[in-house]
Design a protein around this ligand. Sequence first.
Ligand code: GDP
Ligand code: MG
Length: 162
Amino acid sequence: MLPVVALVGRPNVGKSTLFNRLTNTRDALVADFPGLTRDRKYGPAKFENRGFIVVDTGGITGDEEGIDAAMAEQSLLAIDEADVVLFLVDARAGLTPDDIGIAEHLRKQDKAMYLVANKVDGIDGDSETADFFKLGFAEVLQIAAAHGRGVSQMMTHVLTPL
Ligand code: GDP
Ligand code: MG
């Protein structure tokens, strides 16, 4: 069985952009409209001769009924079936209440997971992502999915223990 890598996070953080980069497709819908990708989307990917499956999700709806209700069903299913979860946040937008809610939910899961700050292009990554350490992860991986920056380092980090 190939390892399954799920991309989760609130809408517009760049999950579909990362999916497309990892799978070398333009398949996942990327848009400035939050939440446009409604279904889980699977794509085969390869990194340094290692095959894996990437799962894109539509993300969190922002429903006011609380994080469990707000977490889109496909995100829950994606987390469940994943071997490792990449929790994406937006380094340009900074830490948001939804990020905190998602982190609280993820903490209850018994899963390998990594916090990934996307969109570090054109900003000072270290200072702009420092706030994300409040989410309680040991490290904050910095990438710019749209440009590929940091993606190889991230995947080496993510796939090596699997
Ligand atoms: P999703 O809703 O999480 O799937 O996010 P998308 O992949 O649809 O991206 C949302 C927006 O962020 C789009 O306008 C992307 O072009 C933009 N975006 C994604 N990755 C990056 C990045 O690395 N840098 C910058 N500056 N913008 C990005
Ligand atoms: Mg998307």
